[in-house]
Design a protein. Structure first.
Length: 224
């Protein structure tokens, strides 16, 4: 990595945020220039980093997919980071347009650096656990994948490297990457469009969202 990349981070584990910021400063070409405990706080401060890491399980009552949409509307690329994977939320944040997903139990911070670097180059990296959970999507309304796309997803989900997947299927590694991108596009395009904050309540009603959760773009202050 020959360039400095500024990122933001949203996590209500403040100790974890401080540890990541220090590690990035010492070990990588990444600088954490902004952080917040919630998406609402991050957006209210108008923080600039284009790439943002987002904890999947924030404790402020927001839905992960709503958090992703709010950040994307503000112009950010979102990397989902979680300790405990949740199939439903992983699929929903993928459909919301999250750029990448990884678990902290399966990967170290060096892998997160690789993902951030790939996103900065305009790529859309897919981790094995992300592919695995997408391959487990058995909803009737799931995106329809071609037989080759399904094979690629299962093999990547099993931990097979892209080069090996290409050899097994008789295709180039670049074609494997293209299939993964197509899969992600199908997921991103599968949901109803979310036009903006003014449409949130109507959109939420259509999507039958959990009513105990709230819009991440709105203040949690009961006076607001």
């Amino acid at each position: 990595m020959g360039r400095l990349i500024d990122i933001g981070a949203i996590d209500d584990d403040l100790m974890g945020l401080e540890s990541k910021a220090l590690w990035f400063e010492v070990k990588s070409g990444i600088r954490m220039t902004a952080s917040a405990a919630s998406v609402a706080e991050f957006l209210a401060r108008g923080l600039p980093p284009r790439i943002v890491t987002l904890d999947l399980h924030l404790g402020d009552g927001t839905l992960p997919a709503d958090n992703v949409r709010a950040l994307i509307r503000a112009g950010h690329k979102v990397v989902i980071v979680t300790v405990v994977p949740d199939k439903k939320w992983i699929i929903e944040t993928t459909e919301a347009g999250a750029s990448a997903y990884l678990t902290s139990r399966a990967h170290n911070l060096a892998k997160l650096v690789d993902i951030i670097d790939a996103l900065d180059r305009g790529e859309r990296p897919t981790t094995p656990e992300h592919a695995f959970w997408l391959s487990q999507d058995d909803r009737p309304e799931r995106p329809r994948l071609t037989p080759t796309e399904s094979q690629v997803l299962r093999l990547i989900g099993d931990g097979t490297k892209q080069e090996t997947v290409g050899r097994r299927l008789g295709i180039a590694r670049s074609t494997v990457a293209t299939h993964l991108t197509n899969i992600r596009d199908k997921y991103s395009d599968s949901g109803l469009p979310y036009a903006g904050a003014a449409d949130y309540r109507e959109w939420a009603k259509q999507q039958e969202l959990d009513r105990d959760r709230h819009d991440p773009t709105r203040s949690s202050d009961p006076q607001d």
